[in-house]
Ligand binder design. Structure first.
Ligand code: CTP
Ligand code: CA
Length: 232
């Protein structure tokens, strides 16, 4: 890998990476969140920087600091993340959706802190669906002038209905993106650990991997894969 300006397989290319977990506000002091550490997204940013890309990190809540050298767009909620990503698409060559985007948000955000009531009644929170940012990006791509490679991540388990690859293939088809990075959950690797095992599924039916190693090793494979699709 090289950090020299103007070199690397993504020299002159603009890479947008979403990272971390969104937070969906309930009231001014509370939110619904998730356990995404943001580590995979940060590793992707490092890998893209190492290949000479101009990197914009759309960063939701994360436990780790972003690498120096990327442009930062901080977001809180899925709606904010969507606005940031869609705004960046016309100037993006590669989009990697590594963020854990909340599927649902509270239907109503209270203007004042939710208080316990004297009657002791339990509050009820109604959730509504968030937009699918990956799917919307694929739809928005059709009206862009420049080529854009779009990648998603998915963690899947096998169940009675199908194995993880089958679930991921169905998800890839629903999303319509170029490739999906599949993390098979429950293959012996512990969640949140600094290691990973992924398989890259392409829209054309090809399957690459498994790629095993650190999140940086996975990130290098993902960035290389995206770069190959971009020049194709
Ligand atoms: N994603 C997104 N917008 C959402 C939810 C997910 O852009 N509202 C992206 C994620 O960043 C990821 C990919 O979609 O790259 C797959 O996320 P996943 O949660 O596996 O997909 P879902 O369609 O939400 O399916 P599921 O019901 O299995 O959670
Ligand atoms: Ca989801």
């Amino acid at each position: 890998a090289t950090n020299a300006v103007g070199s690397g397989i993504l020299a002159g290319k603009r890479v947008t990476i979403t990272a971390g977990g969104t937070r969906e506000a309930l009231d001014p002091v509370r939110f619904l969140g998730n356990r995404s550490s943001g580590k995979q997204g940060m590793a992707l940013a490092e890998a893209a920087l190492a290949q000479g890309a101009h990197v914009t990190l759309v960063l939701a809540h994360a436990e780790v600091a972003p690498p120096p050298g990327c442009d930062l767009v901080r977001v809180e909620s899925a709606l904010e993340l969507r606005d940031a990503v869609l705004g960046l698409l016309p100037t993006t060559d590669v989009l990697v959706m590594a963020a854990a985007v909340a599927d649902f948000r509270p239907a109503e955000v209270m203007a004042a802190k939710i208080k316990k009531t004297d009657d002791g009644a339990d509050p009820v929170i109604t959730l509504i669906r968030n937009p699918d940012v990956l799917r919307e990006s694929v739809i928005a791509r059709s009206s862009l002038a420049e080529p854009l490679v779009i990648a998603g991540f998915a963690a899947e388990t096998g169940d009675a209905a199908a194995d993880p690859i089958t679930h991921a293939r169905a998800k890839l088809a629903r999303k319509g993106c170029d490739f999906l990075v599949l993390n098979v959950v429950g293959s012996g690797l512990v969640f949140g650990q600094d290691a990973n095992e992924v398989t890259i599924l392409d829209a054309d039916g090809t399957e690459s991997g498994p790629v095993r190693g650190s999140k940086r090793t996975v990130a290098d494979a993902v960035i290389n894969h995206a770069a190959r699709l971009l020049v194709r």
